[in-house]
Design a binder for this molecule. Sequence first.
Ligand code: ADP
Length: 643
Amino acid sequence: MSAMAATVAQCVTSFGAELAGTLRRGPIVDLLIRRLQDTFSPSEVAVALHHEDGRAGADLHTWPAGATDVAPLLDAAGEGGARRIEHEGAIWCLAPLMARRRITGAVVMRDPAGPFAPVAPQLLEAFAAQASVAIESAYLVDLYDDGRRSWQEIVDALALALCIVDREGRIRRANRAFAALVGAPPAGLVGRPWSAFLPPDWVSDVQRLLDAAGTGGEAELTTGDRTYCVSAVPITEGDASTVVVLFDDHTERRRLQDKLVQSTKLSAMGQLVAGVAHELNNPLASVVGFADFLGEIPDVPASLREPLRVIREEAERASSIVRNLLGFARKQDRQRRLTALGPLIESTMSLLRNPLMASRVESRIDIEPDLPSISIDPNQMQQVLVNLVSNAAQAIASTGRAGTVTVRARRFLDELAVDIVDDGPGMTAEIAAQVFDPFFTTKSEHEGTGLGISISQGIVREHGGRITLETAPDQGATFTIHLPLQEAPADPVREEPARAPATRLRVLVVDDEPHILHYMSATLSAWGHTVAVAQDGDEGLEAATSGEFDLVITDLRMPRLSGRDFFETLRRRNPAMASRLYFSTGDTVRGDTLAFLEMLERPYLHKPFSLAELRELLAAATARLPSPPEPRVSFGVSTDRDS
Ligand code: ADP
C-alpha cells in the first residue's frame, strides 16, 4: 500500500471512530463538515438531508452560510456517483448520501486543496458513506425512542395497573397506575424486585400466578378498601421469561354487584312483605270495623270502655303498620294532616323506650312550647324518627358504653327543626359524606341495609324539607329534620267523620270473608240501612240481577267469580245497577288493580277502613244516585242487630 493510500485509510478510520461517539443527526453533519474542512480546506461546504420519504429539503447545512446557491449542485450529487464538476467558474466535488440503497441526501465542497486534493471525489465518497451509516443509525434510534415514548404514554393512560417482570423477578417496566397502586415513584421501580413493592400478603398469590403465567389463572386481592383482579400473561406465548402482571381495579364493579344482589334481595323481601301485609288486611278490616262499631255504642258498660279503647288504638296501629309495609311495595298517596309534632315525638319515643333501655341508651325529649302544628303524614314522619333514633342507639351501643339520645323540636326561622342528638362515636368527614347515599352502610350484612337514612331523606324531601348532619369523630352526631311551616294544605281532616246521610239505602255487600260481611251488615243495619250479603261474585251477581239495590259494595279478590268479572257481567246485564257498584279492597299494591280502580273514576274503600271512611263512601254514593231514596225514618245505633 502506498503512503498516500495508508494515510487515506487512516483518515477514514479516524472519522469512523469520531462518528461512533454520537447518535444524533445534527452533530453527525457538523462532524462531516469539520472533517472536510480539515482534510481539503475547501472554500465552501454544503450538506443536505432528505425527508424520510426521499423528498429533498428536510435539512440544509452550509458553510459559510448562504455563500453560493448550492441547490443545483446538491441535485446533481443526487443524480450520480461522486465526481468533480465545474459550477460558476469553480471546481466542486460532490457525493450522494446513501442508506438502504436509497439517496438520503448529498454533500458538496468547493475548491478542494491540500495533499488529498487529487483523490477528493473518492475520499469525499468514503466520508459520505460513513456519515450516511451514522445518520441512518441516528434515525433508527429516534424511531426507537419515539416507539418507546408512545408505548409509555399509552400504558400510562391505562387505568389498568401493569408491570413487566423478568425471569429474575425484576421489574422491567411499569405504568403510572402500577406506581400509584404500590405508592412508589415510577422512576424508582425499574430493575427492582416486584415483591418489594406489593402488599406482603399478595406476594405468594402473585408468585403463584407468575409460575402459572398464561394458563388463564386469576386472583382477587384486596388492599385497604380496594379490590383487584390480578392475572399474569407472558409477553411471548409459551415463553414465561418475561411476563406482564395486570392489576384490574374491580372495586366499583364489586360494589355494584353487591348493590344489585342487595336490591334483588330487598325487592324479593318487599314482595313477600307486601303479600303478608295484604293477607292481614281482611282480618284487620274486621277488627277495626267492629272496634269502631262497638265504640259508637252509647251504653257500653264502663268496665269495657278501657279494653275497647285499647283494641281500637292497637287495631289502628296495626293498620298503620300494614299501610307502611304496603307503602314500601308501592308509593302511596301522601296522607297528610295537620299534626302536632310534640305528641308524635312522645309516642314514637315511648315505642322505642324499651329497646333503647336494653342498649343502655337513655332517651330525652325537649320540645319547645307552643310549636305550631304542621301538615305532614304522621306515619311517614314516625318512620323517619324511628330510623334516626335507632341509628343513634346502635351507634352508642357500638362503643360498649351507655349514652343518651335527645330528640329536640324547635322553631327555626320559617321551619320546624327536629334534632336527633347522640353522644355516640360520631363519624369521620368521609363517612358523613356518604350516609345519605342509598346502600351505604358500615354495618354487617345482617345488621344494615344502608337504606334507613336515604329513605328518611326521601320522605322529608317529599314534605318539602331536608335532613342535615353535624358530626365529628368522638363528638357524637346530630341529624336535623327541617320541615317548612308553610306547607301545602293538609288532606281534609278526618277527626270528626261526617255522620251517615239521612237516607235509608238498600245495600248489597259482597265479600268472601264472613267476618267482614258480619261487621258490614251489623254496622249498616245499625245506621238504618237494609242490608243483603253475598259470599262471592256468583252469589252477588244473582242477588244484584234479581233484587233492587241503591248500592253494591264488593270485594275484588274472591273465589269463583272475581269482583271485576262480577262488575263486567253486571254492566252488560244491568248497567244502571253496575253504575251503583263500589269496590272495597286491600289489593292496591298491584299496578293493574290500581289502574282499573282509577279508570272507574268512583270512590273505593281501602281495607282496613274506618267507619268514617265507610260513611264518606255512602255519602258519595248517595249523592250520585239519580233520584234520592226514601228519607230515613230513624237514625241511631242499637245493640241488637247481629243480622
Ligand atoms: P344502616 O343503618 O342500615 O347502615 P343507614 O342509611 O340508616 O343504614 O345508615 C348508614 C350509615 O350511617 C350507618 O351504617 C352508620 O355507619 C352511619 N350512621 C348513621 N347514623 C349514625 C349515628 N348516629 N352515629 C354514627 N354513625 C351513624
